[in-house]
Design a protein around this ligand. Structure first.
Ligand code: FAD
Length: 413
């Protein structure tokens, strides 16, 4: 019988399967398409998140010149950013599967049945697989992992174009993490939820430009983002000349945590691993995969053979108490951002990137301890202009309930 069956061949599914193989487990995977089918999303990541994993080689491009526009104010970031070469990262992860002669099945999982010593997974076409533990990495709308319903899901949405333009939409050689300039918006548009441009020079006269709504309930519509992108480009005197790829991005930023005692383990979007304040997840999936895999391998060695016990071990490795606490703080941060207007958003991010480099970068990559994260939040409060501080102060009353609810949810599960 398999030790582990992984559902899904996205970044999370392949990362956890590769880590299970490295940990010596007998693992297999399943997804509707073959696992080497190229991911189509444009994945960006801070280079220093890949360095400790020895994975900087999977970057298609790296930018040392990164910038943020907090309104008209430009802030240069001293931190290298990279664009993942999906084919390279997939090939790297699949090579680790191949070394362990791992089988990958194609099929769409429909349901699971729990038995005392195994979980049976069946597909829509009637195929059945048995494993000691099943890991659901089927994305933000998981097939097996269950989560409480949330009436207040905030979504990141973005509309992007890879292509050629009549003039460079960003300075040559540059990457712009967030351009919150709003000179092109009319008075009505300024009252709408704020959006920013995420853009990069891909070389050889190709650029990626994406109008992004960081988080909003309900999701900012993609056609409105497309309109805004074209309006922004026109304001900069830039025309789209050739479209190579259109990216449409929608995913939840604050999906509730799944109950951490359910017998199927989640990973990636299925386990609510998206950072609620940045929307990033690929780095976390790569970082946590070996942690979870080692915990499962140890539990199997120790004779824990019931699916419930194994899944619980995995959930605890993925969401230890300190990480749950940090997540509550991130959710509180998100609740603030959701209430900001254009000017507050611009000045908030101005203050955020005025934090010391270790503070803002650790905040975004979730590498700070809880006290360090709290300190960063207090420093941000101190650095913010009065009108943002005022909004943050009232948020403690409005969103304090969010914080308590988030904390309660985290600690109960
Ligand atoms: C357009 C876009 C851009 C993003 N950009 C970034 C970024 O720059 N950096 C970053 O860190 N994060 C980014 N994210 C957020 C997040 O990292 C991605 O959503 C990421 O793809 C989530 O990985 P995942 O493996 O959990 O899920 P997915 O990538 O969604 O993969 C899910 C897998 O499960 C399979 N599956 C689904 N249902 C079943 C089923 N019933 N049976 C079997 N298999 C099934 C799917 O076919 C797929 O293989 C982005 C998200 C989007 C949508």
């Amino acid at each position: 019988m398999l030790d582990a069956l992984v559902i899904g061949a996205g970044p999370a599914g392949l990362a956890i399967t590769a880590a299970l193989c490295d940990a010596g487990l007998n693992a297999a995977g399943i997804s509707p398409l073959a696992p080497d089918t190229l991911w189509t999303s444009t994945y960006g990541i801070w280079a220093e998140e890949l360095a400790p994993l020895g994975l900087t080689g999977v970057l298609a491009r790296r930018w040392s010149a990164c910038a943020v526009y907090a309104g008209e104010r430009r802030i240069d970031l001293q931190r290298e950013y990279g664009l993942i070469d999906n084919a390279k990262l997939q090939a790297h992860l699949l090579a680790r599967l191949a070394r362990a002669a791992t089988t990958w099945h194609t099929g769409r999982v429909a349901e699971a049945t729990q038995l005392p010593d195994r979980t049976l997974v069946s597909t829509r076409s009637g195929a059945e697989y048995a494993a000691r533990v099943v890991i659901d990495a089927s994305g933000h709308a998981p097939v097996l992992v269950t989560r409480p319903r949330s009436p207040r899901l905030a979504y990141q949405t973005a509309y992007g174009i890879v292509g050629r333009f009549s003039a460079p939409p960003v300075s040559p050689g540059q990457m712009v993490l967030m351009d919150y300039r709003s000179g092109h918006l009319d008075a009505d548009e300024r009252r709408e939820p704020p959006t920013f441009l995420y853009a990069m020079d891909l070389g050889e006269s190709r650029f990626f430009v994406e109008e992004t709504s960081l988080a909003h309930t309900p999701p900012a519509p993609l056609d409105a983002l497309a309109q805004r992108l074209h309006k922004r480009l026109a304001w900069q005197g830039v025309r789209v000349e050739e479209v190579e790829h259109v990216e449409r991005c929608v995913f939840p930023m604050n999906a509730p945590l799944p109950a951490l005692d359910q017998p199927v383990l989640g990973f990636g979007g299925a386990a609510s691993m998206v950072n609620p304040i940045s929307g990033y997840q690929v780095g976390a999936a790569l970082r946590f995969a070996p942690v979870v895999a080692r915990a499962l391998a140890t539990a199997l060695d120790d004779g824990a053979h019931s699916p419930e016990n194994l899944a619980r071990t995995g959930w605890q490795a993925l969401w230890p108490r300190q990480r749950l606490r940090r997540r509550a703080l991130y959710l509180f941060g998100l609740a603030n951002v959701l209430r900001f207007d254009v000017r507050q958003t611009q000045d908030f991010f101005g203050a955020f990137f005025d934090l010391s480099r270790p503070q803002w970068s650790g905040y975004l990559s979730d590498t700070l301890s809880t006290p360090e994260l709290l300190q960063a939040m207090l420093n941000l409060y101190r650095l913010a202009p009065a009108h943002v501080r005022g909004a943050l102060t009232t948020s403690v009353f409005f969103a304090g309930e969010d914080l308590l609810r988030a904390a309660r949810q985290e600690f109960i599960s």
